[in-house]
Design a protein around this ligand. Structure first.
Ligand code: PBG
Length: 331
């Protein structure tokens, strides 16, 4: 039973700022944000990424400085992606298993700078390390092999955990990898390392700038449609999430973000577990392009899109705007 006009005027509670604040259903804080950072070789290096204006790759010293900045802004976690030099890429992506690779050095530099004050999330997938740009091992026809890839991903995850990663985030979409990684973490002394699975990750056209950032765009032939999901599918996303939870994921991710908020809402409703979304590189680039074209205000666009994730049910959002948004939120 509800009143109707004029007894009920929904505009009444919107009349003043204090009242809008009082009736606000969702809040956005810096602790909702995860900041993805790109790592490059060297020292004192900052390399701007043309298709991600305002985002740079940083050498490990710069990464440590960014992590410290994030911690001071109240951002609880950063996410790392390496730009592996071409001479260290191979068809097998063996550099992913090197205990002294760029990722492991970046994790350690963050630990030195921040201690346990900030979480470090690491991506598990082979595309930043392979010469062909696919996320796994390929056969002669170019097909990405599932089980052979999972075996390598397990070693990659252990390598990252050993270096001090707090959250392992498999972004490869191989079947069975969450279970395999969870067992390996348990059996190798990392029972408290979390898994945030990219459970519903779509074969999306929004990843272009990211592939520039990790240096895989020019290498990748074809697409990732035999493992990443078809953008037409929603029911299948629920099956993916159910599997990853059963296999031992602590939280799940939906990716990309804004175009897939329906998936976020469905997952939250069905499973009521921590759901994260990745506002991906192409989404960031769209906002920045709109700002550059004079079509919108950056601060307002950033905060509105991030609030949309909270409204849809997200526990948090991976976004390249994290530091900027945190600064806005902190006033
Ligand atoms: C790779 C990976 C991708 C992203 C995160 N991990 C790209 C891809 O699947 O090709 C995309 C992130 C973004 O676009 O910001 N495993």
């Amino acid at each position: 039973m509800t009143a109707s006009y004029p007894n009920l005027r929904l505009r009444r509670t919107r009349t003043h700022g204090w009242s809008r604040a009082m009736h606000r259903e969702n809040v956005l804080t810096p602790s909702d944000l995860i900041w993805p950072l790109f790592v490059t070789e060297g020292s004192g290096v900052e390399e701007p990424i043309a298709t991600l204006p305002g985002v740079s790759r940083w050498s490990t010293d710069g990464i440590a400085a960014r992590a410290k900045e994030a911690m001071e802004l109240g951002i609880p976690c950063i996410s790392l992606f390496p730009n592996t030099p071409a001479d260290k890429r191979s068809d097998e992506g063996a550099e992913a298993l090197n205990p002294d690779n760029l990722m492991c050095r970046a994790i350690k530099s963050i630990r030195d700078a921040c201690g346990d004050g900030i979480g470090v999330l690491t991506d598990v997938a082979l595309d930043p390390y392979t010469a062909h740009g696919q996320d796994g091992l390929v056969d002669a026809s170019g097909y990405v092999l599932n089980d052979d890839t999972v075996a390598v991903l397990v070693d990659q995850a252990l390598n990252q955990a050993q270096a001090g990663a707090d959250i392992i985030a498999p972004s490869d979409m191989m079947d069975g990898r969450v279970h395999a990684i969870r067992m390996a973490l348990e059996m190798n002394g990392h029972p408290n390392v979390q898994i945030m699975s990219y459970a519903a990750k779509y074969a999306s056209a929004f990843y272009g700038p990211f592939r520039d950032a990790v240096g895989s765009r020019g290498l990748l032939k074809g697409d990732k449609k035999t493992y990443q999901m078809d953008p037409a599918n929603a029911q299948e996303a629920l099956r993916e999430v159910a599997l990853d939870l059963a296999e031992g994921a602590d939280s799940v991710m939906v990716k990309p973000g804004l175009p897939y908020l329906d998936i976020v809402a469905k997952v939250k409703q069905r499973f009521d577990v921590p759901v994260f979304a990745y506002q991906v590189s192409g989404e960031y680039a769209m906002i920045e392009a709109a700002v550059a074209a004079g079509a919108g205000d950056r601060d307002a666009l950033v905060l509105e899109t991030l609030m949309a994730f909270k409204r849809a049910g997200c526990a948090g959002v991976l976004t390249y705007h994290a530091a900027h948004a945190a600064r806005l939120l902190n006033g």
